[in-house]
Design a protein around this ligand. Structure first.
Ligand code: ADP
Ligand code: MG
Length: 398
């Protein structure tokens, strides 16, 4: 059974009747541009075929109920109580076991606020929402943006909120920042809402200008492999916070609103103004921004075959300057390259999660085997390796 059918069936089990519709949104992989989003910089993610589905139906009693195939039981609140529930990250009346419900309920809360701001009225009724997903959770493929995007798309239609895709991406981020309490940027939600088949999304995180850039993977007989290390390090949240602080410090020293405003040729001056650690954090962001621009130009002028070296240099910068890689991620990259990958890098926030490798279609099995063997030789748990085709963003399915 597909995840879409499963969502409709879960809804039927929950309510005893069929849903009004089914909506979905994908996870994402970031091709290049890591930790640049909260520095007002550039990123180049693409949506993946793995999706989260939300089957939704109206109810007349002003209550909102959510269930998920990843959760033990449904969570139900009165619509009027949503504002009492949020925004109070970590301090809501949701029980710990129900913490996941802050994603869809937070979206309902943020969507109602956004549509009231836009139209002066909130045409919001009670709803039942049944969620199923084939996006790996917590693997750095943004199952969070997928559940936000699916719920936001569904409620936008169900409530006639009439928000555009960018506004729905903002709704998802607000839910994640303020209802869940995770201090993330907007890249994931934009990729999930605006992704297009066989394209990456060139996103300016300052202006939110978003332009699809064709990847032409199939025509070039290329493939992108995800290597999920299945390792998440305990210090990931603290590490993320620490890197954000370093970037803010660097921008303040340089006298600019964000590191986006520092150019590669400013780095020599920057080095004399700050301590070594702050400088290396700054250098990663500044050079990574430039690498995104270079990757977009390379894709447009020569196609995906030309971007391998940019991916590798990006990984080295994250490993040595930003210091967010792990032994598993480094082995994944090195073994991929040794087995003939055109390029490889860790992707996502770091401290665990996944790497990507750009490979010739023909070479994909050999690269997978080489990475699996290298993990075994290093005494690491077996990685989960699978290809991803750049896929379409959020949509109504039924
Ligand atoms: P990632 O986005 O990399 O997968 P996050 O920690 O940002 O990891 O988001 C994962 C969290 O999102 C889960 O712990 C869960 O609370 C919530 N979540 C994601 N997908 C689902 C789902 N299908 N059902 C229930 N909760 C989900
Ligand atoms: Mg996430």
């Amino acid at each position: 059974m597909t995840a879409q059918d499963a969502a409709a069936r879960l809804f039927q089990e929950l309510t005893g009747h069929a849903p009004d519709g089914v909506w979905s949104a994908p996870g994402r992989v970031n091709l290049i541009g890591e930790h640049t989003d909260y520095n007002d910089g550039f990123v180049l993610p693409f949506a993946i075929p793995h999706r989260t589905y939300a089957a939704v139906g109206m109810r007349a009693d002003g209550r909102i109920r959510v269930t998920s195939d990843h959760a033990e039981h449904p969570v139900e609140v009165a619509f009027a109580d949503l504002t009492a529930l949020f925004p109070k990250p970590g301090d809501t009346s949701l029980r710990v076991a129900d913490a996941w419900a802050a994603y869809p309920l937070g979206v309902a809360w943020a969507l109602r606020a956004a549509s009231t701001d836009a139209h002066g009225v909130a045409d919001a009724h009670g709803v039942d929402i049944a969620i199923t997903s084939d996006v790996p959770v917590g693997a750095g493929l943004s199952s969070s943006a997928a559940i936000e995007g699916a719920t936001a798309s569904a409620l936008n239609d169900a409530w006639n909120a009439d928000l555009d895709r960018k506004a729905l991406a903002r709704v998802g981020r607000r839910a994640e920042n303020e209802a869940v309490g995770a201090p993330t940027g907007i890249m994931d939600q934009m990729a999930s809402m605006l992704g297009e088949t066989d394209s990456a999304l060139f996103l300016d995180c300052r202006t939110l200008d978003a332009v699809p850039v064709a990847l032409g993977m199939a025509d070039a007989a290329l493939e992108i492999l995800v290597i999920d290390t299945r390792v998440t390090h305990a210090h990931s949240t603290g590490g993320y916070r620490d890197r954000r602080d370093a970037c803010e410090r660097g921008a303040a020293i340089m006298g600019v609103p964000a590191l986006r405003d520092v150019a590669v040729h400013d780095l020599e001056r920057a080095e004399g103004l700050m301590d070594d650690v702050t400088f290396r954090r700054v250098r990663h962001i500044v050079t990574e921004n430039q690498r995104v621009l270079d990757t977009v130009r390379m894709l447009r002028e020569h196609g995906a075959r030309g971007i391998g070296d940019l991916l590798v240099v990006s990984h080295v910068s994250m490993r040595d300057d930003f210091e967010i890689s792990t032994s598993e991620l480094d082995v994944a990259v090195e073994a991929s390259l040794a087995a003939g990958a055109l390029g490889a890098r860790m992707t996502g926030g770091g401290f665990g999660g996944a790497a990507i490798a750009l490979v010739e279609q023909d070479a994909a099995p050999a690269v997978s085997q080489a990475v699996t063997a290298a993990f075994a030789a290093s005494g690491f748990a077996a990685p989960h390796i699978f290809p991803v085709t750049p896929a379409a963003g959020a949509r109504r399915d039924a």
